[in-house]
Ligand binder design. Structure first.
Ligand SMILES: Nc1ncnc2c1ncn2[C@@H]1O[C@H](COP(=O)(O)OP(=O)(O)OP(=O)(O)O)[C@@H](O)[C@H]1O
Ligand SMILES: [Mg+2]
Length: 279
């Protein structure tokens, strides 16, 4: 018997999900944030979106997950226009960790994570021991099992963040969109979460995440999407993409790019904003 992992992927299976933005224009009200953008998410790879505050990273992620509807173009999931799919069908294929999720007051950690199983339930298929096992495993994977009975709104920022990641994992999808999964986490917990993301990737998951820590982004992804002002400046393997010129163009940041002594990736050493006079 093949054991079902928490991500719903059986070992050795090839991740079937494919996701792409095709000529997508999207914004809020009359304000366009992203204009005619094309982006393809390679299967089975960790893609990390980086870029300055307000450049449209979350807007892109929310559009890719169907939370935002483009005014032009389309998002294609497994060859189908995501806008034509039912919410439940999208949720069975794609899990989204939003940037600043808020839990209903008083809801316990266990109940919140159990909500990740909702897309799998119907009046025909009620809550089962399999669902309970997936939830238990998802809690354990992010180290929050001990918090299961606590109301989410009584937790620290970092504990809460891990609980939300746990809920996203309980959804059991092989495509994960994580908007700043390491926010509020101390470095050791951030590395824990990114190692977990890497384990999921190794079990066949496709991951798209947004990170602000550029060195963690280069360390943990094989594909970087660098954004500025709603556009993609560069996309590719960190080794091919990360240069001092690009960092300056994207962030207005002066930095040296050296070899990471741990691993074979570039390491970014910030110097300062362009306007700062250095001795
Ligand atoms: N709900 C909203 N209503 C109106 N404008 C919004 C909304 N959400 C975001 N924006 C605007 O859209 C632009 C892109 O925002 P977005 O959240 O995508 O940026 P981001 O790259 O994720 O930034 P950050 O790094 O700060 O999370 C910003 O100018 C922002 O003010
Ligand atoms: Mg954001």
């Amino acid at each position: 018997m093949v054991t079902q992992s928490v991500t719903g992927i059986e070992s050795g299976a090839v991740a079937p999900s494919r996701l792409a933005a095709r000529g997508v224009t999207v914004g809020y009200g009359t304000r366009t944030v992203i204009d005619e953008l094309d982006a393809a998410i390679p299967p089975g790879v960790i893609t990390t979106i980086i870029g300055p505050n307000g450049c449209g990273k979350s807007t892109l992620l929310r559009t890719l997950s169907r939370l935002l509807k483009p005014t032009k173009g389309a998002v294609v999931l497994d060859g189908e226009d995501i806008g034509r799919l039912r919410t439940r069908d999208v949720a069975k294929k794609l899990g989204l960790l939003p940037q600043a999720p808020v839990a209903p007051e008083g809801l316990t950690v266990g109940d919140l994570v159990a909500r990740g199983r909702h897309p799998h339930q119907s009046w025909l298929r009620q809550w089962s021991s399999d669902d309970a096992a997936v939830v238990e495993r998802a809690l354990a994977m992010t180290g929050v099992s001990d918090l299961a009975d606590r109301p989410v709104d009584t937790l620290s920022g970092g504990q809460r963040q891990r609980v939300w990641i746990s809920m996203t994992l309980a959804q059991g999808t092989d495509l994960l969109l994580l908007d700043e999964p390491t926010t509020y986490l101390d470095l050791a917990h951030a590395i824990d979460v990114l190692d977990l993301v890497n384990d999921l990737h190794e079990s066949g998951c496709t991951v798209v995440m947004v990170l602000h820590d550029l060195n963690l982004a280069t360390r943990y992804s094989d594909n970087l999407i660098v954004m500025r002002d709603g556009s993609i400046l560069a996309q590719g393997h960190p080794r091919d993409v990360v240069t001092a010129d690009l960092l300056h163009e994207a962030f207005g940041l002066r930095a040296k790019v050296i070899d990471d002594p741990v691993g074979d990736r570039p390491l970014i050493v910030p110097i300062g904003r362009t306007h700062v006079q250095l001795p």
